[in-house]
Design a protein around this ligand. Structure first.
Ligand code: TYD
Ligand code: MG
Length: 455
């Protein structure tokens, strides 16, 4: 009897080994190797013909026509933006995110909204009826969207050959299996094999394919370091379940910038594109409250005004707590140490809680000054004017450092009705203060901001 071929795969990074090993030499994780069957005796390697067109031949680069403007719109501005200006034919896009974040909703919405393209939506997770119910909930009906509930790739390619779609959505890559491989759905070798079949299909036929992928608790795509290499674009859908905002980031993009991001609001009738994030992220206040500041940050290519809330209270137990949502807690500790050392605030005996409203996560260092001022405002119990805005980084010596694209930040703050903005003195170079109606406060030291705000 022919021997069953097996190999061991690291479930974290996808590395392959002929024998079991305790610690993965490639990613360093422990106990991640499991045995998977590579090939059933008798069946060869995958023999699926994914090709619709004639076989490829070598061609001169100059012979190949550049057809840049072939991108087509997904009818969703935020998704188009993150993709770098629309869907590229033949692109393989991976959409990752935690369960329940809205990946299926987003892709179904795109599938139903797109005009003039035949879409095949393949679901291995939900039944036809469930998808129908979801589509009804979204209030969308479109004749050119076909639904297929199937998990076997051989069958899927048969249907693709009959159906001839212009866009393919796979929900999700972890549910697919190919019969040329024995191991169970969602295992590394299955994911790799299925993804490479779709990669081949996308490239050979110029049909864009969206693969939905789940994310493990640790935040990495399950299985999928290897998927990240295979696909052209990796989009990450994230957000806090308790909040309505969802953010679509691009982590890798062969056809555009990775700094773009799309913002959505999850509503009872689906995801709504948020084209002007600042207006929603700022809460309207009737009276100024202590511990709240607004910072002008840049998310992707867009300026976004973000509200920071801080609460400082006396530590109830011996060890003070530091907790932060949406902001790196190590950076918060650093800023608190700066306040302690440079300005003499005794924060080491206080509990500090920090929250970025809207469930956003901010990495832009320009929020530093806003964070410090929120902390000071709560600690002094003196409100910062709700017409003031901040945009500067804070260094270890307490100096206020300049940030990039300051003009865009100032313009956004002015547009939204702020009356003053605190920026670094060193940001002033080359900007025309007289050109703005908003009052610009150039500052160079944390102490200086403190005396300006709280006297
Ligand atoms: P879903 O797209 O199923 O998530 P994923 O595919 O990423 O696992 O999203 C499910 C969540 O979205 C669910 O908690 C309900 C919510 N939801 C809405 O709030 N409004 C809607 O219109 C839809 C369709 C879902
Ligand atoms: Mg889903």
């Amino acid at each position: 009897m022919a021997k069953v071929k097996t190999a061991f795969f690291c479930q974290n990074c996808g590395a392959q080994s002929a024998r079991w090993i305790g610690k993965c030499p490639s990613c360093g994780e422990w106990n991640t190797y499991t045995e998977e069957v590579l090939e059933k005796p008798g069946t060869g390697k995958s023999r699926i013909d994914t090709r619709k067109a004639s076989p490829a031949r070598p061609r001169l680069l100059t012979e190949i026509e550049a057809r840049e403007e072939q991108r087509f719109t997904s009818a969703n501005k935020e998704l188009d933006r993150v993709l770098g200006g629309g869907i590229v034919p033949g692109a393989l896009v991976l959409v990752g995110g935690e369960p329940g974040i809205g990946k299926s909703t987003l892709m179904l919405q795109v599938a139903l909204n797109i005009r003039g393209k035949k879409v095949l939506y393949i679901s291995g997770e939900e039944s036809e009826l469930q998808i129908k119910m979801r589509a009804e909930r979204l209030g969308l009906q479109q004749s050119e969207c076909y639904i297929l509930t199937e998990t076997n790739t051989e069958n899927i390619f048969h249907h693709i050959a009959d159906n001839d779609p212009d866009l393919l959505v796979i929900d999700s890559i972890q549910t697919l299996t190919t019969s040329s491989i024995e191991s169970s759905a969602g295992s590394i070798s299955q994911i790799r094999e299925c993804a490479s079949e779709f990669q081949k299909f996308a490239k050979e036929n110029g049909v864009p394919v969206f693969l939905i992928g789940h994310i493990t608790k640790e935040g990495s795509l399950a299985g999928p370091k290897l998927l990240e290499h295979m696909v052209d674009t990796v989009l990450q859908f994230e957000g806090d379940h308790n909040h309505v905002y969802r953010i679509l980031r691009s982590q890798k993009n062969r056809f555009g910038s990775t700094s773009e991001l799309g913002i959505f609001e999850m509503r009872s009738d689906g995801l709504r594109e948020v084209s002007n994030p600042s207006e929603i992220l700022l809460t309207s206040r009737d009276e100024p409250l202590s511990g709240i500041t607004v910072s002008a940050t840049i998310e992707g290519m867009r300026p976004v005004l973000i509200e920071t809330q801080a609460l400082i209270s006396t530590a109830a137990y011996g060890t003070p707590q530091r907790s932060s949502t949406g902001f790196d807690v190590r950076r918060l500790n650093m800023l608190l140490a700066v306040l302690e050392k440079r300005c003499g605030f005794r924060l080491s005996i206080k509990d500090v809680f920090l929250n970025i409203t809207g469930g956003l996560r901010v990495d832009d260092p320009a929020i530093d000054l806003g964070v410090i001022c929120a902390v000071l405002s709560s600690s002094e119990d003196v409100a910062v004017s709700d017409k003031a805005c901040f945009a500067a980084e804070v260094g270890l010596t307490g100096e206020i450092r300049p940030v990039t694209r300051i003009e865009q930040r100032i313009a956004e703050a002015q547009k939204l009705g702020f009356e003053e903005i605190f920026i670094s003195k060193y940001s002033l170079k080359g900007i025309d203060k007289a050109g703005y109606t908003i009052k610009i406060h150039p500052v160079s030291k944390v102490e200086q901001v403190f005396s300006l705000l709280f006297g």
